[in-house]
Design a protein around this ligand. Sequence first.
Ligand code: AOF
Ligand code: ZN
Length: 376
Amino acid sequence: MPLTDHDAQRLRRAIALARKGRFLVEPNPTVGCVIERDDAGIVGESWHGGYGGPHAEVAALEMAGKAARGATAYVSLAPCGTHGKTPPCTDALLEAGIERVVYATDDPNPLEQSTGVQRLIAAGIEVVGADGELRDEGERLLERFRATLSSDRPWVALKWAMSLDGRIAPRRGTGGAISGLRARRVVHDWRAHCDAVAVGIETVLADDPQLTCRLEGGLPDGREQPLRIVFDAQVRTPVDSRLVAGVDEVSVLIFCGPDADTFRRRALEERGCVVHEIPMRDGLLDLAAALHFLHDDGVRRLLVEGGARLHGSFLRAGLADQVSAFVTPTLLGGTDAVPAVEGTAVASMEEALGLEEVQWRGLGEDVLMQGYVRGG
Ligand code: AOF
Ligand code: ZN
């Protein structure tokens, strides 16, 4: 049976919902889902809202509860039939008593190969895939996902909080929170929805960060603390830092250069840190080599939380995929305050690095601005 006009309208709604997951789920696809019953209208709708978190269908089914029995599920992507970080959506749909599934486009994940759709059909569910314009719209949601499927490095999200005059600290070597409480809570949620969090050694020395997710309600269901990473060419991470102090609970990986001090390296290893040597490139750690290593280790989403040098290096190497910047209404003033991104500036506005699909929202007094790095 082809799609009705009503189906098309609901599928469009699912596609619009999917976009709410932008900047939160990559390298996973953004997916939206609407659940509707002929007699009761829309009983549930949601989207994939965090990497490693519930898929769109599962979130929408949770909202629908018992009302999902006998309903149609509209999904922007064919429901998954395999077990990734979360159980297959097809199981959840069948268990909830969904009788019809309408989806916009197929999942290009080679692990999927329509297993979800086949299982639904085998279970006697009516499954309808869109074609034409609607399928194209669904496909457009997957552009970045397709690119990441063949990538051999993790998705890299840069995050910083800066004053209104674009500074992340008053002076080199100083730290302290710039953004407000609401913004900081958001960051803890991001830490729960990535595989690893990275900083540069200067940030460790200035802030002594823990880099763990410390949400009031604890870690979200099924999530673990992210691996904590320090880019530290000379292994200067202090053995009495908070990172090292908590290594038995949450792992620490330090990337060092070939001429790192053996004594300091051994001291960190004895404390339980993993120290991995990578080559240098132009006097700095070779970030591409580090990312390949992380990808081999199963890291798919990496959150980079500073400092300015590390941001600059990722951007200059073309290895950053998204920027998420909190802007706070304070002024640090002066050229000696630390800028959000260090390195040599572009020569002219024409060379400036632009962001795509830019989105902003207020969080208390702060503004969160996010975008995809062009060509990232
Ligand atoms: C869906 N609904 O909302 C999404 C899907 O590791 P996991 O469990 O999050 O699985 C990730 C894979 O699941 C991803 O590569 C893609 O194939 C599919 N994404 N599928 O049914 C969703 N996000
Ligand atoms: Zn799924």
